[in-house]
Design a binder for this molecule. Structure first.
Ligand code: FPP
Length: 228
């Protein structure tokens, strides 16, 4: 199979860090560190391939119930990643966007995220959209509440316009690594017509070749959007 169709917007549920580490006799935080290292590799690969927007699920609104040590490590990795982003990816004309309820994050992390989003807001080549304390249902509820407050009619279009990612369009392809075949509250509204690709490969092992396999698979899909 060849890659003859590049999805404009790709979402990734990066699952399997914990199992990757356990298989190697290490703690789960080690898996998240390796998973975090893998983010750069796949961001470069996706943008080089011509993907315009990449949406990554880094921390769900349900992940707070993990052991404190693991949550702390994930927060630390996010801080490190966003700090580095400001210096590096910015140069490549990439816009950073973080979707989710940021108010629950530490002041320090909120500030780093705000700085990154502000500094990159005029970048137009690509969008790196990262879900942090993100939940798809909550996003829909928030959108509807905003509409009710403003007195606007609730329609498919008006809900869509009030989602975090309205300006970035809907994912053409959603990839989930780590073997589970579910969406786990990721981009529920936007994903109504997304093509889904599930692989058993654990996120730290999901390399350029695996990403290409997902693109090859997507190239063979016929998208009908409910029509014939
Ligand atoms: C799922 O693996 C992964 C997460 C909950 C976090 C994803 C986070 C990263 C890849 C690192 C930080 C992100 C960025 C953008 C720097 P899991 O722990 O559920 O794995 P398991 O299913 O094997 O237990």
């Amino acid at each position: 199979m060849e890659i003859n169709k590049i999805p404009s917007h790709v979402g990734i549920i990066m699952d399997g860090n914990g199992r990757w580490a356990t298989l190697r006799g290490k703690n789960r935080s080690y898996g998240h560190k390796k998973g975090s290292d893998n983010v750069d590799r796949i961001v470069s690969q996706a943008f080089d391939a011509g993907v315009k927007t990449l949406s990554l699920y880094a921390f769900s609104s349900e992940n707070w119930s993990r052991p404190k040590e693991e949550v702390d490590e994930l927060m630390r990795l996010l801080e490190k990643y966003f700090k580095k982003f400001i210096g590096k990816v910015l140069k490549n004309n990439v816009r950073l966007f973080v979707m989710g309820d940021l108010t629950a994050l530490s002041d320090k992390l909120q500030k780093i995220i705000e700085d990154g989003m502000r500094a990159s807001k005029d970048n137009v080549a690509h969008v790196l959209n990262i879900g942090v304390n993100y939940g798809g249902r909550q996003e829909i509820v928030n959108a509807v509440n905003k509409l009710i407050k403003s007195g606007r009619e609730v329609t498919e279009k008006s809900i869509s316009e009030n989602l975090y990612t309205y300006e970035f369009g809907e994912p053409d392809l959603i990839i989930r690594t780590g073997g589970e075949c579910r969406l786990s509250n990721f981009m529920l509204y936007q994903g109504a017509y997304s093509e889904l690709y599930f692989t058993d490969v654990l996120w730290p092992d999901f390399d350029e070749k695996e990403f290409d396999k997902a693109l090859e698979n997507y190239s063979g899909r016929v998208r009908r959007f409910g029509k014939v």
